[in-house]
Design a protein around this ligand. Structure first.
Ligand code: GTP
Ligand code: MG
Length: 154
């Protein structure tokens, strides 16, 4: 079933918001299939944000993701429509435009410190999951006991 890559950025980790983010996805009914904290290499961050490499904030963005002042908490979540729903739960890129009640709309005010990343399409999700969880065995297939109560077809 569908999977997406979600990451709590170093500002979210510093601010103690990892648990809140996990709870929102868990409580919605999504399944956690991968989780780790890492300080990404410069190369990994540059690859992850490759489509932004021409933007003026790119260098600062990579510095902030990789400087080790806090890790990035990487997750893979699985469930119905999770890529699109994940983006909706996160809210607009600029927190000043994120709806109240979204993660960014509730917890932040700066576009450069917007605490969380979420894949923006099915294709990005696949690419990002392979990039951040490249090693075999890091993603776990499992069946939550609640699955049948959450995943009805109609
Ligand atoms: P991600 O989920 O992190 O990919 O955010 P997004 O998809 O909502 O936005 P986008 O991919 O366009 O930008 C990636 C990240 O770059 C954003 O989340 C911000 O952290 C950062 N960013 C984007 N625009 C700006 C900007 O104008 N200034 C600064 N400082 N950072 C920006
Ligand atoms: Mg993006």
């Amino acid at each position: 079933s569908e999977r997406t890559f979600i990451a709590v950025k170093p500002d979210g980790v510093q601010r103690g918001l990892v648990g809140k983010v996990i709870s929102r996805f868990e409580e919605r009914g999504y399944k956690l299939v991968g989780l780790k904290a890492i300080v990404p290499s410069k190369q990994l961050a540059e690859q992850h944000y490759a489509d932004l490499s021409a933007r003026p904030f790119f260098k600062g963005l990579v510095e902030y993701m990789t400087n080790g002042k806090a890790p990035v908490v990487c997750m893979v979540w699985e469930g119905k429509d999770v890529v699109r729903q994940g983006r909706a739960m996160i809210g607009a890129t600029n927190p000043l435009e994120s709806a109240p009640g979204t993660i960014r709309g509730q917890y932040c005010v700066s576009v450069g410190r917007n605490i969380i990343h979420g894949s923006d399409s099915f294709e990005s999700a696949e690419k990002e999951i392979n990039l951040w969880f490249g090693k075999a065995g890091e993603l776990i297939d499992w069946e939550p006991a609640t699955w049948g109560w959450i995943m009805a077809d109609n």
